[in-house]
Design a protein around this ligand. Structure first.
Ligand code: BGC
Length: 950
């Protein structure tokens, strides 16, 4: 994708300076061959224009000839009130046709600016295929290579290859790969649709050449799936469909499609599988070419692509070559990643066998892969004695360490990791003054990239790598900050809807479903409502809601029917607060302690509310009223079943309290907020939450006025907590809070991945509350932000940049002491912000020279500002950390490591207080148990020392 960009941590960050930039159609930059339906959704960002607002905009679309000349105006909106977040425009679309478009923005000053010319090109769909499906002998393990000699009859001015192949394909011209994508045609339910890619190969065809296509097994044909690992879920046969369309200088065209005239020979790849890796044998003799056979079309509908291409995001050199105590040669990449590799071999012996195995962690300094379960994750190569650079074609690995056998004295410079990910721009950057928090943020970023290989997966290494919907639901807001993930998610939602239609409204827990067609579950299946709603919040594009509205309704209806039939929904199997620590306490335990029926009921309410709001956004008042009414009834049921008359939730877990507060379940939220604090305190202010509770934990603590408790939980460096894993060297987010034990041993092998992004959802809290950049919930698309940072002195600073749908926001706070703060904010063109200054003295607001305070009126201390740059420095009324002192309870003091250390250093005797006295303020507890325990001057000393704790 070719909009201007700069590299940032190996991923792309959009360029700042362009006046009108990030011009997209259907959330894609200059899309080629993507599925398109009317109306098309246009989007752009205007920046640095004269004035504050857009007055009107105009989109002009031209149809182009095969030589890229403008033929006709396909659409012209004239100057109109177009929404730059998502402007729907009807364009008469022809297949295989390129269109050029521009947007012109007129601002409130009357100035006009036209953005750079952009393109989109339709794919093959709609045009009859001249090509036929071809195949070969499927019993031969050597992977087929189909080929065709191409002899152009004149000068080629444009050439397009429309192609798909099952399971996977890689196409080449004269042996050189076409395009830069991997694992095409992508992963989806092939029984319902098969994606076609379009490649611009104009520059590759200057005369006679050979077009060849190698097929692999991939998700379609290989073993893949969760429960029945042997079954190929979608098909057993290799299949290819391709059409090369050449346009000649004289205006004629030729179509060369797959048919019996194609030849098939065999590659040296003898095995490929997503889980197990690849095998190649270069000593095998060449196989004489035979004519390809015609074969049946696959079951799924041939459709222009929706998948964003999977490309190499980063090339990583070896960080360290290790010879382990067992004598193994292991390369440490220094980073857990998902992808493939390059290995250069120099003068290998003919017949020598090279074996690579991939793993995420070492155990006792030795290579380890017990947590990959049945996934072999390996690469085998037999050499013919020639120098070669090895690179797998039809697999990927989740790894940080690679064990290499068969290469004597391997030079680390000969191995390079190639990280793969679905190609999308990085949109968010977040840094703080704390290296461990920064590492955590980077880990979440890596886990997103590693788990965005065409499908939002749970993990990239073991025998799963599937689109678990719960994981996708939990992480989606974080991913939408980190990256321009909308097009990627739209493909996932398309998959979801096609699955759901086949399953009568049920949303499976895995999409694409493979072997998981029978199971649905709360929070997992609710991705059907939560994800489109979240995307709408981030993009302001209501078309995403319109696409998903029927699916939302069908999912709510699915739950309603079961719920109204003897609470069948509540009673069925649920994953619940997956991996929470308050379950049965066994090391391999996966179920949390929060009642699953409660969770089921709460998510039923949540999805119903989202459906009601979606109906309202789409202007469907009657349906909005219907779902509002249903939501009211569900809430009443929840209150009757799970709440006491005074508002306590009868389920006493952290997650139950969090859900109650997040969804306003209790008539008395303050009661539940107290219960939550109490429960936290009784687990030493450490989290017990799993997939459901964790993403809400810090947010709810901030929302209920306890930001320092949120900070305390985040800063916790012991198990369980985010920094525990950072301290143990994590470079991605772990699946379990204790994936590694403190001694570095893997805690269990049944289900234990080191690259599971769900708990990385904490980055949303760091952005929204720690750094302070939060979308106004009433205004989608980041047109309006509430900037209300909740600084902590231990962090020194937090700096956030977000290239939102509405424009590039940046904000930061910086502390020069525990009270002296500077705050900066950039509000983009056509946007506004509400600014709340933390702990600011009254006097700050009277500084009339600062434009930040232009709209502040006497008592109202919220600043409303429009586009521009703002900054303010002040001395806060109280320090930016919790004030610790000797009147707190001992339990509370011991829950914070720095305070506990102080207690132990200054006044160790207080630890003699029996358990029941630890719940009372220290002076009272001492008085009640043993007034002689600590003399008054000692307590005063403790108080003084505690007040210095940050
Ligand atoms: C996956 C999870 C997933 C879960 C279902 C696991 O095996 O790795 O992340 O959500 O199953 O509860």
């Amino acid at each position: 994708m070719d909009v201007g960009c700069i590299e940032f941590h190996g991923v792309k960050l959009k360029e700042k300076e362009k006046m009108i930039r990030n011009c997209q159609v259907n959330h894609l930059n200059n899309p080629l061959g993507f599925r398109m339906e009317n109306p098309l959704i246009f989007h752009w960002v205007a920046e640095g224009l004269p004035g504050k607002k857009t007055a009107a905009s105009r989109i002009v679309v031209h149809e182009l000839s095969r030589t890229d000349e403008k033929i006709t105006v396909a659409a012209d909106t004239g100057f109109a009130q177009l929404d730059s977040l998502a402007a729907p425009v009807e364009v008469p679309l022809k297949p295989e046709t390129r269109y050029a478009w521009t947007v012109t923005v007129r601002t409130d000053t009357g100035a006009e600016e036209t953005g750079p010319e952009q393109y989109f090109e339709t794919g093959h769909s709609g045009e009859p295929w001249h090509a036929k499906w071809i195949g070969c002998d499927d019993d031969e393990p050597r992977h087929p290579v189909f080929s065709k000699e191409i002899h152009p009859s004149g000068r080629v001015v444009r050439a397009r290859l429309y192609i798909t192949g099952l399971g996977l394909y890689e196409a080449a011209i004269d042996g050189k790969k076409i395009g830069d994508e991997f694992l095409a045609p992508g992963c989806n339910n092939y029984s319902s649709w098969v994606q076609v890619q379009t490649y611009d190969v104009t520059d590759r065809i200057s005369g006679s050449c050979t077009l060849s296509v190698t097929l692999g097994n991939g998700w379609y044909k290989g073993r893949f799936g969760f429960t029945d690992l042997q079954a190929p879920w979608y098909g057993n046969s290799w299949k290819l469909l391709a059409e090369l369309v050449l346009s000649y200088e004289d205006g004629t065209t030729a179509s060369i499609g797959t048919d019996e005239s194609w030849q098939v020979t065999r590659s040296n790849i003898t095995f490929s599988n997503i889980y197990d890796g690849e095998q190649r044998d270069d000593t095998l003799p060449p196989v004489p070419a035979v004519p390809a056979r015609l074969t049946d079309a696959p079951e799924g509908k041939i459709t222009d692509r929706l998948s964003v291409p999977v490309t190499i995001s980063t090339e990583l050199p070896v960080k360290e070559k290790i010879i382990t105590p067992k004598g193994e040669t292991v390369m440490d990449m220094g980073q857990n990643l998902a992808g493939i590799f390059h290995l250069k071999l120099h003068h290998p012996a003919r017949g020598s066998r090279i074996h690579l195995q991939f793993g995420e962690v070492l155990q006792d300094d030795c290579f380890y892969r017990g947590n990959l379960r049945s996934a072999k994750a390996e690469y085998w190569y037999t050499s013919d004695g020639s120098d070669v650079t090895l690179q797998p074609m039809f697999t990927f690995y989740g790894y940080r360490y690679v064990k290499i056998e068969g290469v004597p004295d391997v030079d680390p410079a000969d191995f390079t990791a190639l990280a793969l990910t679905s190609d999308m721009y990085r949109t968010g950057a977040l840094t703080t003054g704390d290296e461990k928090i920064n590492r955590l943020i980077a880990n979440a970023d890596w886990s997103r990239m590693d788990n965005f290989i065409d499908v939002p997966t749970d993990c990239p290494q073991r025998d799963e790598r599937m689109g678990w919907t719960g994981d996708a639901e939990v992480f989606c807001p974080t991913a939408l900050f980190q990256s321009d993930a909308t097009a990627f998610y739209r493909k996932f939602l398309y998959d979801l809807r096609t699955e759901q239609q086949m399953l009568g409204g049920m949303v499976p827990v895995v999409v694409p479903s493979f072997d998981q067609k029978k199971l649905c579950g709360a929070a997992w299946s609710d991705v059907a409502t939560i994800m489109p709603w979240t995307i709408y919040q981030f993009t302001g594009d209501a078309s995403v809601l319109a696409e998903s509205f029927d699916s939302m309704k069908a999912w709510v209806e699915y739950m309603r029917v079961r719920e109204e039939d003897g609470h069948r929904w509540m009673k069925q199997f649920q994953f619940g607060d997956w991996l929470a620590l308050d379950g049965d306490g066994k090391p391999d335990s996966v179920f949390g302690g929060t009642d699953n029926g409660f969770i089921a009921e709460v998510y039923y309410l949540y999805s119903t509310r989202i459906t009601a709001r979606t109906a309202a956004v789409l202007g469907k008042a009657e349906e909005a009223a219907h779902y509002d009414e249903l939501a009211k009834n569900i809430l009443a049921d929840i209150r009757d079943t799970f709440f006491t008359p005074v508002g306590h939730c009868s389920i006493r877990t952290q997650t139950a309290c969090l859900l109650s507060l997040a969804l306003g379940l209790s008539p008395r939220p303050e009661t539940v907020a107290d219960d939550l604090k109490d429960l936290l305190l009784h687990s030493d202010n450490k989290l017990q939450t799993g997939f459901i509770g964790t993403p809400m934990l810090c947010e709810i603590l901030s929302e209920t006025g306890n930001p320092y408790l949120a900070w305390q939980i985040l800063f916790n460096e012991e198990f369980p907590g985010w920094l525990y894993e950072v301290n143990l060297g994590a470079t991605t987010i772990w699946e379990r809070w204790n994936s590694l034990e403190p001694d570095g041993h893997v805690s269990s092998t049944g289900m234990n991945s080191f690259n599971h992004y769900s708990y990385g959802a904490i980055v949303t809290w760091i952005r929204e509350r720690a750094a302070g950049l939060r979308r106004d919930p009433a205004v989608p698309g980041f047109r309006k932000v509430i900037f209300a940072p909740e600084p902590h002195a231990r962090l020194h600073y937090a700096d956030v940049t977000y290239d939102s749908a509405a424009g590039r926001w940046s904000a930061c706070w910086e502390l020069r002491s525990e009270k002296d703060i500077t705050i900066r904010l950039h509000v983009p063109f056509d946007c506004e912000a509400e600014v709340l200054l933390p702990n600011a003295p009254e006097s700050v607001y009277s500084d009339s020279s600062n434009p930040l305070f232009a709209s502040v009126h006497s008592e109202v201390k919220i600043c409303h500002v429009g586009p521009g740059d703002y900054s303010v420095s002040y001395t806060a009324t109280t320090p930016f950390h919790r004030i610790w002192h000797a009147s707190l309870t001992l339990r509370e003091l011991l829950s914070y490591p720095a305070a506990a250390r102080t207690v132990r250093e200054v006044c160790p005797r207080v630890e003699r207080l029996p358990a029941m006295y630890r719940e009372f303020p220290l002076p009272e507890a001492i008085d009640a148990w043993d007034p002689n325990l600590v003399p008054a001057d000692q307590l005063k000393k403790l108080d003084d020392a505690l007040r210095k704790v940050v």
